[in-house]
Structure formats: structure tokens, C-alpha cells
Design a protein around this ligand. Structure first.
Ligand code: NAD
Length: 302
């Protein structure tokens, strides 16, 4: 069997086109556009590249985009004041603080200072609580898990009563996707098992999964014989395993591998996400969706 590929690059384009259309409609009818501020402290190259991609996407959708770069010696107090400024700015609907922050700043304190109704990353404890309650309480599901669920739904994979096994229990992927898949409602209603480093027999759990979501950060952790024939395999892992020269640009680029042995797994699974080009492109996409939704909540449209 050869699995169907669930391509994040294609699903991203569909969702971005839907967002763009909604932005134009809201602009025409209400005279406002979603506003996103990205706060970048310092010049960490990976953070710069993430923020640049977010800004580019937001602009392409017609959002108001404020790029607020701060030096890495900014005081915690000054950063908190900045957040307070954007909390009170009516033209800003989403506040994103790019992590990691310099060591002298308490990350938790900064994230908790963001107005939960502008917390489009979904990391504020209020939004974590809303996610746990589920249903209409959920305002901003965290972006990577939201992207995973969207991929499963758009691929037409049945989640109702499905055995979902999540490998990994991080706050940004494993725990939230487990909660989301077990909630009552469409694209969920699954029976969920979470496995992690202390699990006794990883293989036996994975073998049961109709939907296997792997977010461990260990290249090739999931072996093909752990996959149930016909299962949907979502590989969240992004592992740098070496470098190569890009054919397109002639520059050195990282060789990326997922947590699943893709070549062998695709012969057994029913659906599978590639790495790169799978879950990766979905995270920024869902950040845009959360920012649009923030404006829609404010206007009473959602
Ligand atoms: P993390 O390190 O915070 O958590 C990893 C989890 O996997 C832990 O809960 C740990 O218990 C579990 N784990 C690790 N090794 C294991 C093993 N051998 N057996 C069983 N469980 C094991 O990582 P994270 O932030 O959740 O990220 C996981 C992976 O997903 C990473 O490769 C990361 O780069 C990737 N990621 C991708 C995206 C994206 O594509 N947009 C977003 C977030 C994370």
C-alpha cells in the first residue's frame, strides 16, 4: 500500500486563500482589518527567520502588521510596558512575543501579561483552560495542534471513535493535541492515549493507533512495524540530521527528518505527512487564522 500524502504546503494555500477572502469581506463591510504585532527581542537568527515568515504571511493577507524589534538588553519592565501598550491598542488583535527571550527576562511573566483575548499563540493559562473546557469556550487553540487537527479533517480521516495515540507530552504539541482530539465535536470524539519517555511499551500502543501523532523530536523513532496498516500518521518531528547544498539556491541548508521512518512507513500507512512540507507550514497558517478570529470575536462575527 502507498499512503496518501497530507501536504501542509497545499492545505496552507487553501486556508490562506479562505482567510484572505474573509479579510477583504470584513474590510469592505466593517472598515477594519486584523492587526498583528510581532515582538522580537534580540537577533537570534532562527527567531528572526520565524518572525520574518510570520510578517510576510500577515502582509500577504492584508493584515495590519506591526513589527516591533527590541534590543536584547531591554528590561523586563520595559517589555511588560510594551505589551500593556498593545493590550490597549484597539487596532491590534493579536500579540506575538517570539520565544526564546533573553535569560534576564521571565518568559512566563511576559506571556501571562498578554491580554488572553489577544493571545493568538494560545499559550496564556486562560486559553489553556479554555482549550481544556472545549466547545465554544475555545478562542485560540495553540497553532501547531490546531494545524494538525485541520490536516486530519481536510484529509477526510474519520476521527469519531478513532484510536488516537500521541507520542510526546509537551505543552505546545502533545498535551494540547491530545485534549483537542478527545473533545466532543467534529474532527474529534476520539479515544486518546498519550505516550512518552516513561511509557513501558511504546510499540504496543502505537500499533493500536488509527491516527498516530508523533511529536517526540527523535529522528526515526517510530518504526514501520509499529504502524497499523491504513493508519493516518502525522509526523510533527523536525530534526536536523545534517547539511546539504540546496539545488535551488546553491546555499547550505539543513537536512530535515521526521520522527517517523517515512520511506518505510508510507508503504503501510493510509495517510502520512512528509517532513518537511507536512505539519511545518501549518503553524504560521493557524496563527493567521487565530488573528482573524480575534477580530471576528470583537466584531461579534464568531
Ligand atoms: P519536547 O522536547 O518539548 O517534547 C518531546 C516529548 O516527546 C516529550 O514529552 C517526551 O516525553 C517525548 N519523547 C521524547 N523522546 C521520546 C522517546 N524516545 N519515546 C517516547 N517519548 C519520547 O518537543 P516539542 O516541542 O513537543 O516538539 C516535538 C517535535 O516536534 C520536535 O522535533 C519539534 O521540532 C517539532 N515541532 C514542530 C513544529 C512544527 O512543525 N510546526 C512545531 C512544534 C514542534
Amino acid at each position: 500500500m502507498t499512503a496518501k500524502l497530507i501536504k501542509g504546503t497545499e492545505i496552507r494555500e487553501q486556508i490562506l486563500a479562505e482567510i484572505k477572502e474573509e479579510v477583504e469581506k470584513i474590510k469592505a463591510e466593517h472598515g477594519v482589518v486584523p492587526g498583528l504585532v510581532t515582538i522580537l527581542v534580540g537577533e537570534n537568527p532562527a527567531s528572526v527567520s520565524y518572525v520574518t515568515a510570520k510578517i510576510k504571511t500577515a502582509k500577504s493577507l492584508g493584515f495590519k502588521e506591526v513589527q516591533d524589534n527590541q534590543p536584547d538588553d531591554i528590561s523586563e519592565e520595559a517589555l511588560l510596558e510594551l505589551i500593556d501598550k498593545y493590550n490597549n491598542d484597539d487596532t491590534i488583535h493579536g500579540i506575538l512575543v517570539q520565544l526564546p527571550l533573553p535569560k534576564h527576562i521571565d518568559e512566563k511573566k511576559v506571556l501571562n501579561a498578554i491580554d488572553p483575548d489577544k493571545d493568538v499563540d494560545g499559550f496564556h493559562p486562560v486559553n489553556v483552560g479554555r482549550l481544556m473546557i472545549g466547545g465554544k469556550e475555545v478562542k485560540f487553540p495553540p497553532c501547531t495542534p490546531a494545524g494538525i487537527q485541520e490536516m486530519i479533517v481536510r484529509a477526510g480521516v474519520e476521527t469519531e471513535g478513532a484510536e488516537v495515540v500521541v507520542v510526546g507530552r509537551s505543552n505546545i504539541v502533545g498535551k494540547p493535541i491530545a485534549v483537542m482530539m478527545m473533545q466532543k465535536g467534529p474532527g474529534a470524539n476520539a479515544t486518546v492515549t498519550v505516550v512518552h519517555t516513561r511509557t513501558k511499551d511504546l510499540a504496543s500502543h502505537c500499533k493500536r493507533a488509527d491516527i498516530l501523532i508523533v511529536a517526540a523530536g527523535v529522528p526515526g523513532l517510530v518504526k514501520p512495524e509499529w504502524i497499523k496498516p491504513g493508519a493516518c500518521v502525522i509526523d510533527v518531528g523536525v530534526n536536523r540530521v545534517g547539511e546539504k547544498i540546496s539545488e535551488k539556491t546553491g546555499k547550505k541548508v539543513a537536512i530535515l527528518r521526521g520522527d517517523v521512518d517515512f520511506d518505510a512507513a508510507k508503504e503501510i500507512a493510509g495517510w502520512i505527512t512528509p517532513v518537511p512540507g507536512g505539519v511545518g507550514p501549518m503553524t504560521i497558517t493557524m496563527l493567521m487564522k487565530n488573528t482573524l478570529n480575534s477580530l471576528k470575536y470583537k466584531l461579534g462575527l464568531a
